[in-house]
Design a protein around this ligand. Sequence first.
Ligand code: ADP
Ligand code: MG
Length: 580
Amino acid sequence: MKPGSTLRILLAQGPAPALAAAGAALAWLALAGDSYTIRLATLAGAQALLVLGYQLVFGHAGALSLAQGGLFGLGAYVAALLSLHVPWAMALTLPAAALAAMLVAAMVGVAVLRLQTHYFALATLAVAQLIHLAAVNLETLTGGANGLAGILPVVPRGWPMLLLVWGLFGAAGWMVARVLAGLAGPVLDLAREHPQAAQSLGIDVAALRFSAFVAGAGLAGLAGALHAQVVGVVSPDVADMPVMIGCLIATVIGGRRAVLGAALGAILLTHAPEWFRFLENRHLIAFGLLALAMVIVAPDGLAALVTDARRRLRPPVTPTSAPAPQPPTVARAAAPGTLRLESVGKSFGGVRALDGVSFEVAPAEAVGVIGPNGSGKTTLVNVVTGIIAADAGRISLGSETLRDRAAYAIARLGVSRTFQQAQLVAAAPAEDAVAAAAWRRSPRPSLPAARAEASHWLARLDAGSDAARPCGALPAGRRRLVEVARALMARPHLLVLDEPGAGLSRSERAALARHLRAVCAEGTTLLIIDHDIDFLAACTNRLICLDRGQVVADGPVEAVRRDPRVRLAWFGIDHEEGAA
Ligand code: ADP
Ligand code: MG
């Protein structure tokens, strides 16, 4: 191997570059660093922890929290108060500050995480303001506007503190990176970008968001405590809006999701006032402009630029022939049962989308649903799978009531679905999109194992060649196949498909119908919505026709096809289909 390519591999892979960069920075500090430089570098480390926490909330959970700065301030005050009043418990200050912030986040998180984005932002802003107001007004405790002085550090300031702060960042960053490199990576992306699809795989998206919010708060509290210990004083400024704004800007500039981005953004934020000193007090303007430029030029931040450069350095991989995918041997959820709808109704304002819908689907039966556009087919799928709540009637699967159950809880009973508009993370390769279905398994498989199984399911649907392609690059019909594979990998008892054949060629549809027949023959119950009666005739034995929210026909495929009410429903809306 040429020395050049060894260097390339070192630069392009593994933690080596991060360690090398850290080593170089330390060497530079050791040679050139006066106490001021070291202090600044230490404060940058505390900022990096704050931003790393914010990445969990904002970048990974996709929640625009404005409480992160307030929680940083809370951690700073907890560290200050413990150091001044309980000096013998110094060792506990850092964990105590993190815990206090997590506790506050847990208390407000339960209430505010349900809110829509902008209300969530406002609610978290209010939390931050409360912390700031408490710092200003609880004078006997916090010293009011004067703050508190004489805060002791857990280790001496200077080199020991620098190493502690960046060591904590390294440890936390390594843990986060490790988790994200596994199955949690694609699962978090799906939960953020398509929460309904994640729920339909049994993933409790609200619980994920809550965990991210609380973990992010813990890092904020820790960062605040470290900051207070480096500086030695706290004032209400540590809980004020500029902290939050700085954190947000550093996250945008560094990168919303890469650990490296947290370090880069924080270093830039803490050092910008130095570098832009010639601008005097206007350095914030320069920083704001820089943030604006980043949003436009590199929305994924500096970290993405570095990652892209590393990817370009990486020597091309010679494709090895993939091992023949093993047929999965995963047990299914609970026992199968009959799907039963009794007088189910759902209105949207004045529109009666479902109106007294009743039918049953026996285990391992395959039933097709037809009906003109707007007849309530998708609404039917949504109420059965818990994406929207029915407002009348009963829905059950075997002995389990489905109505008013959360979508993820219904999925855990063995119900899988696809969506009329495929809900796939555009940047994720198809195999990762499918692999997310393994998240609820116990034991949870590794990402490579889940990918191997995913490519098996894709191959089974003749979509094996799409496995490595990003979902966003696939044509609409192929994206639907990826969704079908994902639903199959969840090993459902009941599989509900919303127009799976749309966008596929005639021959692809025929092949899909064959595969679905085979799935049914293995004992899976199928409920398939489609416009193409020939497609449904090929994969089901029974058709239900909906018109204006009501079941107008239900019976063997050929009988329903000839039913005059069905012909009328089709004629009224769709001449081609009706004439066919
Ligand atoms: P289909 O899938 O058969 O085309 P849908 O179930 O999507 O029909 O829609 C049935 C009716 O309910 C339509 O009139 C549609 O406009 C209305 N509808 C569906 N979803 C919503 C919603 N979220 N808000 C308001 N109206 C809706
Ligand atoms: Mg529809």
